[in-house]
Design a protein around this ligand. Structure first.
Ligand code: FAD
Ligand code: UDP
Length: 374
């Protein structure tokens, strides 16, 4: 008999399992995939750590979380600074003095502010003091029309499959706007990539657990549930309840990966393609997350991945929850059911239906473990 059955060997499940095992609990972890680590899984391809489910950059201002992950890997000093490509024009992201100077041929912060104020005026007047009601209003009132049209609209509509006028404003609030020449994509205190990839972190977290891969909870539900006192479920909460209130919406991605016989393809880990006409949102060149030389060994080939967003349907991986009003209201119904469960805990991006980053998921899992096993 196990104390816990953890469904999903992603970060939430692994952190919870680790904390439970540390305190003498017996833990069974299952995952329907044939590997651990969920979406942070990295695989070594000819000396390059490939982020199989999209680029993963660790960033946080939460010192407890940062200190916590250091015990499982050494993190390098990688700072995410994506390039945006719009019709062959290249811009630095996030929106900062490098972006503004390229966009408007200006030099000083005062010139940039004046230009942005001029660009935002129309949107601010239309808002007339109220909060932006959708992503388009949010973007136009933050950075104005030029940046919105060239760097936001096409990318966002590809990514989410909806018009910016039909998307929640919070999606874009994640992006900083800075009046300094600083291409760091994040505002967080700590940032880096684990040297040697993410998979080793989860493998270490799961030491001492019984791990069964290629096991879908829903195919063996009855026998699995009786094998443990409690279940920690990190899959889709609507699936857990047989979609009884309806299906939550997700976005999925198709990854197209190529191993190229050249040393350096695009000179940066992340290049975003922001125009609507190009069907992918970004190209990742994995070796640049570890400065082109994993473990001190340079490679003469390179691995690149194009990300094509798509609407989720059954059988696809549900990468992004759609946290708009309609879906959040539906989730609230499932959450009410979840709260009445005595022996099931829901966690992670799919169990809590929230657009969490890794550091959020770790913080949530630690909070959950504190309640359960500390
Ligand atoms: P997951 O990693 O999804 O793990 C859940 C696991 O449960 C999966 O392995 C799944 O196979 C398994 N499972 C589901 N249903 C079942 C079932 N029925 N039976 C058995 N197993 C099941 N965060 C950052 O901090 N920085 C980034 O740069 C970043 N980039 C991202 C890029 C992309 C493309 C995506 C999709 C996410 C990104 N994230 C990033 C977010 C990050 O991936 C998540 O916060 C984190 O991986 C979530 O962990 P989790 O354990 O909740 O979920
Ligand atoms: N975004 C954009 N242009 C870009 C990059 C991002 O408009 O070049 C917007 C887009 O709406 C996206 C959001 O900013 O969904 C958040 O971007 P981020 O890179 O943080 O998303 P993630 O890594 O989670 O896909």
């Amino acid at each position: 008999m196990f104390d816990y059955l953890v469904v999903g060997a992603g970060l939430f499940g692994a952190v919870f399992a680790h904390e439970a095992i540390k305190r003498g609990k017996k833990v069974l972890v299952i995952d329907k995939r044939n590997h651990v680590a969920g979406n942070v899984y990295t695989e070594n391809v000819g000396g390059i750590n490939v982020h199989k489910y999209g680029a993963h950059i660790f960033h946080t201002s939460n010192k407890e979380v940062w200190d916590y992950v250091q015990q499982f890997a050494e993190f390098n000093r990688y700072t995410n600074s994506p390039i945006a490509c719009y019709k062959d024009e290249l811009y630095n992201l996030p929106f900062n003095m490098n972006t503004f100077s390229r966009m408007w041929n200006i030099k000083t912060p005062a010139e940039a502010k004046a230009k942005i104020d001029e660009q935002r005026a129309e949107a601010l007047a239309a808002l007339n003091g109220r909060e932006p009601a959708n992503l388009e209003e949010q973007a136009l009132s933050l950075v104005g029309r030029d940046i919105y049209e060239k760097l936001i609209k096409g990318y966002t509509e590809k990514q989410w499959g909806r018009k910016c006028t039909e998307l929640p404003a919070f999606i874009i609030k994640r992006l900083p706007v800075r009046f300094v020449y600083d291409n760091n994509y994040f505002n967080d205190k700590y940032q880096g990539i684990p040297v040697g990839g993410y998979t080793q972190i989860v493998e270490k977290m799961l030491e001492g657990a019984e791990v069964r891969l290629g096991v879908d909870f829903f195919k063996e539900r009855e026998s699995l549930v009786v094998s443990a006192k409690k279940v920690v479920f990190t899959g889709m909460i609507d699936e857990f309840y047989g979609y009884r209130f309806g299906e939550l919406e997700y976005r999925t991605l198709r990854f197209e990966t190529e191993d190229l016989p050249q040393e350096n393809y695009q000179g940066n880990a992340v290049v975003n393609y922001t125009e609507a006409e190009i069907p992918y949102t970004r190209i990742i060149e994995h070796k640049h997350f570890e400065f082109g030389c994993q473990g001190g060994v340079a490679t003469d080939h390179t691995v690149v991945t194009r990300e094509y967003p798509a609407a989720w349907k059954h059988g696809d991986e549900p990468y992004y929850p759609m946290n708009d009003e309609k879906n959040n209201a539906l989730f609230a119904q499932y959450k009410a059911l979840a709260e009445s469960e005595k022996n099931v805990i829901f966690g992670g991006r799919l169990g809590m239906y929230k657009y969490f980053d890794m550091h959020h998921v770790i913080a949530e899992a630690l909070a959950c473990a504190k309640k359960e096993v500390w």
